[in-house]
Design a protein around this ligand. Structure first.
Ligand SMILES: Cc1cc2nc3c(=O)[nH]c(=O)nc-3n(C[C@H](O)[C@H](O)[C@H](O)COP(=O)(O)O)c2cc1C
Length: 183
């Protein structure tokens, strides 16, 4: 079983901790973590070179990661909510997967989605977390990736807010669900 987990926040905060919690449910040799804080990744320019050539014309760290991403059975995508959307880092990562679009490389793969924001559950701003998650779900729907489960972590403003919260247990549970789905 090969899982690729993507940390969609530069900050060493809640998103990273959620990914670490989910990954702890797999054996280390099954997991590859792509931490967007640690790779060189240019923006997609929208040139559509990939539609004809089936690869990106930009040569950066994403070039080296494409085979690993294509070979994975499943993904853990994690992003903080920003302006009721996914993070810019995560969006750029998704954009750079466009070479897989016409090939259908990602279709029928499975994933779990982890999101975190400062909005409090039940507050007027709570929609923000749903919307952030939705933006990741839209990517998965477009790419043909089945979403097995997700975690929405509310009320996490500071970088360590999620520590010792019930959301960490939710990350364990959704990771177990993914494990069962790909057995
Ligand atoms: C530019 C920016 C926009 C944000 N927008 C939202 C938002 O729309 N809704 C929300 O609940 N939290 C929002 N937040 C708060 C972050 O989602 C929150 O602090 C989260 O814990 C950050 O995760 P991280 O520690 O993994 O980076 C925003 C933070 C920043 C920096």
């Amino acid at each position: 079983m090969k899982i690729v987990a993507v940390v969609g926040s530069i900050r060493r905060g809640n998103t990273l901790k959620m990914v670490q919690a989910a990954c702890s449910r797999f054996s280390p040799d099954e997991i590859s973590i792509i931490d967007l804080a640690h790779i060189k990744m240019e923006y997609c320019t929208g040139c559509l070179y990939c539609d004809t050539e089936k690869k990106c014309c930009i040569d950066d760290d994403m070039t080296k990661l494409m085979d690993k991403i294509a070979d994975a059975d499943a993904y853990i995508f994690a992003s903080p909510v920003r302006w009721s959307l996914l993070s810019g880092e995560m969006k750029t990562f998704f954009d750079r997967l466009n070479p897989f679009a016409t090939l259908g490389t990602l279709s029928e793969k499975k994933c779990i989605l982890l999101t975190v924001g400062q909005s409090e559950e039940g507050s007027d701003d709570a929609f923000s977390i749903d919307a952030g998650l939705k933006s990741m779900e839209f990517f998965c729907e477009n790419a043909g990736i089945e979403v097995i489960g997700s975690v929405k972590a509310y009320g996490c403003l500071e970088e360590d807010s999620i520590e010792n919260s019930s959301y960490i247990k939710e990350c364990y549970a959704v990771a177990e669900k993914l494990k069962e789905a790909i057995l």
